[in-house]
Ligand binder design. Structure first.
Ligand code: SAM
Length: 242
């Protein structure tokens, strides 16, 4: 998978070279290009923003700079890229979206700053490629870089060969529509708190049932919306009795 990120703060993306993402780059599972948007400015101040039409506070990112930058980054694309525009006004990013994008050949992230990017940049790009305006949650960040990193990490860990044990992704929260329950490691007792007996029993069926019950309890109390979204066949009789 090819990932390109356009930003006025390329250093913000340094963590893509670390840990699991860095290993994915080293192993050739992904290639990442981080581009400084100011490289496509033509004035001495390398300005990327201007005051908003209609008035109001803040500045808006200029279409001319963004247009040239996207044309240039997408020009070399082997496969048609999918453009992702992080914005609090977007559709909420979630695990199904991460899974869907993990099948893409090329993702381009356009990181906004200030009040955001002139809407015509997004409308123009949508004439040539699939575009998604996506939010990572109901709060407002100062820029799209952290949102892009969040989404890149969620997508890349789903690529084959990236996680040490692919089963982890299958058991994680959201994979079966539920939050994952609590997890424990050694020692058996720590500060007077013990690991639940069943997890030490070696009874795999009992362990699975216990994990399923805790996942259900946790989801009901923390994310009842996820329970409402489950299809009837995702619940067994014991689930319903809980
Ligand atoms: N004026 C915008 C609004 O109210 O919708 C907020 C702009 S925000 C201060 C600047 C940039 O941060 C956005 O263009 C976007 O790239 C990024 N951003 C902020 N919050 C975000 C979120 N929840 N999800 C994704 N990106 C976000």
């Amino acid at each position: 998978m090819r990932i390109d990120v356009l930003t006025i703060f390329p250093d913000y993306l340094a963590p893509v070279r670390e840990a699991l993402l860095g290993k994915a780059i080293d192993r050739g599972r992904i290639s990442v290009g981080v581009h400084d948007l100011r490289d496509w400015t033509h004035d001495v101040h390398r300005s990327v923003d201007d005051s908003p039409y209609g008035g109001g506070p803040g500045m808006v990112m200029k279409p001319s700079v963004w247009g040239e930058a996207l044309d240039s980054v997408c020009a070399d694309a082997v496969e048609q890229p999918r453009l992702v525009v992080p914005t609090p006004a977007g559709v909420t990013f979630d695990q199904p979206t991460a899974r869907r994008w993990s099948g893409e050949q090329h993702l381009v992230f356009a990181c906004g700053r200030y009040e955001g990017i002139d809407q015509r940049v997004i409308d123009d790009a949508a004439r040539r490629m699939p575009v998604e305006e996506v939010s990572i949650g109901d709060y407002v960040l100062v820029g799209g870089e952290v949102a892009a990193l969040t989404m890149i990490e969620a997508v890349v860990r789903l690529l084959p060969g990236v996680l040490g044990n692919p089963a982890s992704a299958e058991q994680d929260s959201f994979s079966d529509g539920l939050l994952e329950g609590p997890c424990y490691t050694r020692p058996e007792t720590w500060r007077g708190l013990s690991v639940p007996e069943v997890l030490r029993s070696g009874d795999h069926a009992a362990v699975s049932r216990w994990q399923r019950d805790r996942a259900l309890e946790r989801t009901v109390s923390r994310r009842p919306d996820l329970i409402d979204a489950l299809a009837p066949e995702q619940l067994d009789d014991r689930d319903r009795a809980l």
